[in-house]
Design a protein around this ligand. Sequence first.
Ligand SMILES: NC(=O)c1ccc[n+]([C@@H]2O[C@H](COP(=O)([O-])OP(=O)(O)OC[C@H]3O[C@@H](n4cnc5c(N)ncnc54)[C@H](O)[C@@H]3O)[C@@H](O)[C@H]2O)c1
Length: 332
Amino acid sequence: MKELFVISGVTGMTGNELARQIIAKGGTVIGFDNFFASSLHTIQDILDQDAMNFFEWDINDEMAMKELENRVALEKDNYGRIVYINCAAVVHTEYFYDVEATFQTNVLGMRSFLEQAIRVGADAYINCSTSEVYSMQSWNEGGVSEEDYILFATAEHSQRTSYAAGKLLTEFFMKDAVDKGKIKGCSLRFANVYSDNELYAKHIIPHIITSLLEKQSVTLLENSRKNKRTFLHNFDSCQAVLAVIEGKNTLDGSVYNVATEEEVSILELVDICAKALNLEDYQIEFEGYRSADPERRLLSSKKLRERTNWSPMVSLNEGIKRCADYHMSKKD
Ligand SMILES: NC(=O)c1ccc[n+]([C@@H]2O[C@H](COP(=O)([O-])OP(=O)(O)OC[C@H]3O[C@@H](n4cnc5c(N)ncnc54)[C@H](O)[C@@H]3O)[C@@H](O)[C@H]2O)c1
């Protein structure tokens, strides 16, 4: 069966790897991005393939989205299955505190993309959500699960939760559309995804690696003295997306945690990065503090593992080695 995948935010960390994995298994991609946090270089290796159709579009641009809809409607009869995957979002932590920026793209953009998917008669919609929705209660023994109640920091505590609240709302839109029989789909709560070749050193792993490479020292937030996290390679996050799309009873409107259970402290993470760079001596400085930043974020991915055959393939050591090799090769 021929399959068409319509991917927003396709040059981002999740989108570009998804496109690569989809094309490798014979699917066709129509993808767009406005380069808010990425560039064309992430899909350079697949850009000239017939199966890859890229457009520089903004999810908030009505005219562009109408053009997309017309294009999919024209192509529809050539495919046995059409799947929309919403990766476009204002993601980096600096924006978590910016309610205006995140609301427009992450909530309104997600909803209009979902409405389009329903109008064109798409078979499924995948909503990329986030582990941020667990807010202040983002770990427990064995990892927080989808059915746990959530303890939210509010505007009284920190604007940070505006990003999480917006993403949580998208999960309601997703569930509502499925419950009303308009489309199949689900939401995926990703936790700390990283890739080998991130363009900007905004996430913690490229920040540590590029700082160590450049000056054998790294500046971390005060929170990092205690914080622990798990990290998921984007190969594995994309495998999870494909696993729920292929799953038998997975597109039920519900939510799935997508995370590893390999927890490390941020200080241990710095050490792993230094080893991957063959660096024996390095300095750590602490500066700044991030409010409403939970000390741990440990998710249980039991539900996903039980309903699909997904499990993460890239260990943290291997993933960090790949990142280090990429940044070292860029420096040469
Ligand atoms: N990276 C993580 O750790 C992480 C964790 C949890 C959830 N997520 C979620 O996964 C999804 C994908 O994130 P990612 O890690 O690939 O982030 P990313 O920033 O690498 O990719 C997002 C892409 O969306 C694009 N974009 C932003 N605004 C847009 C707009 N108005 N129109 C079109 N494109 C736009 C950006 O340019 C970028 O290429 C997001 O929904 C994000 O919230 C990511």
